[in-house]
Design a protein around this ligand. Sequence first.
Ligand code: FAD
Length: 496
Amino acid sequence: MNAQKVRKVVIAGGGTAGWIAATALSRFLGPLLDITLVESDDIGTVGVGEATIPTHRTFHYLTGIDEREFMRATKATFKLGIAFENWARLGDRYIHSFGQIGKPNWMGEFYNIWMLAKDRGIGGELGDYCFELRAAEEGKFFTSEQAKTNYAYHLDASLYAAYLRQKCEGRGVRRVEGLIERVEQDPESGFIRALHLKSGEAIEGDLFIDCTGFRGVLIEQTLETGYEDWSHWLPTDSALAVQTRATGPALPYTRAIAHHAGWRWRIPLQHRVGNGLVFCSEYMSPDEAHDLLAQQVEGERLSEPRLIRYKTGRRKKVWNKNCIALGLSSGFVEPLESTSIHLIQINATRLVQQFPFAGCSEAISNHFNAQAERELEKIRDFIILHYKATEREDSPFWKAQKDAVVPDSLSQRIALFRENGLVYRDPDELFLTDSWLQVMLGQRIDPKGYHHMGRLMTDDQMDMVLNGIRNNINKALEKMPSHQDFVDQYCRVDEA
Ligand code: FAD
């Protein structure tokens, strides 16, 4: 009774996903498991994925990772949000910050009061009431144990995998370098039994975690799980990534700059800047993308541009038989809101919580899959919002986005905000109400009405509340160092 049926865990792939899975499992369940990770230097990793969201700090807190040590090891900087440029109209700019906006009350969000104040001509900008947004605009940053700033990081993806690897090996995770050539299955159940490497070695296991990236060597090439294609909703399918030398102080936010057939990212690290052009091949050829990137990218190039192709969508089951897909093998939604690493972390911690000690069953995999599916669908809707809510008609790509049919779940959200000024967060979704709000307003969705809670205040009371919030933010900002100065004294690593 109650025998441990799953002890040998084999992780296939050693990119960000593989080493995050190894980190979570070895940190929490290490003594109960025998963990092996197989990776191939010949294949390498995707080499992108450098912007994160605040849940990254939660994962590090849970897994006992020290912030300064991690930031030095990965040459990381801080991130307070994402600046969206040219999205609703050419020349537009807004920041989706990680901070809370104003002070909500139980009846609703602060923006209802702000909207009334704005109608009365005393509201100013919504961003005036968000500390993180103001700090981002001023290029400032500070953190301490007492500070409540909500932030994330920009990190070097290759260094991050290497950093986690060293931690995991210290906890007894066995790393095998080798190319997986064949996957052996049980002839009756179809469960995976072993990975056969080019070297001739066989790695047997009870549970297999597929972190082999877009290849999906286990979950797709072997188990033929199937893929739900979402490219009719999110049609970009290519990215050109290039690294450049920094041309100025590191900004504490990612830039996402729309162009006529997609958008471009700019991610500042301590030692370089990560750049990438995301585009839709129906509207832009790789040659055109090369030219545009060359024109727009700032600073000396440190690498040759690398083309990455992808198809937006999700694996039909992330857990199939005794195989769980994490990272790119589980599906992909473009990196506009830096959500992929978060999804790896949340599914890795969920696996720790739901670890199948009693064996893999359909009951447990169905439960896991349903949670992962709901979560990803909400993220998908949030990303589509940036494309759908546009007024741009200056290129065939943008015209198509504006006219596109979107999932009903998103249409309903947009209608709710447009008609009644209501935004909400479902219990199992990642993005906060303030995130939906910032993007809806940033994309120029203008609500016809809002909650009248502000009318319960006199003008003087409203003035006092609004000034109080703005003054507190101003006072805190005055004392803050610049982001670059803070990074320099907190975690700077000088080039050798
Ligand atoms: P990979 O990094 O591709 O790793 C695959 C591993 O599997 C490698 O170790 C490889 O050697 C191994 N492997 C494959 N086949 C075999 C085999 N046959 N035998 C042995 N080993 C094998 N996410 C974010 O959160 N923020 C971002 O800003 C962001 N930007 C992105 C930009 C782009 C253009 C893309 C495409 C993705 C981005 N992502 C981002 C997603 C992020 O890059 C990934 O989620 C993350 O890097 C995890 O990748 P992975 O480990 O699943 O795959």
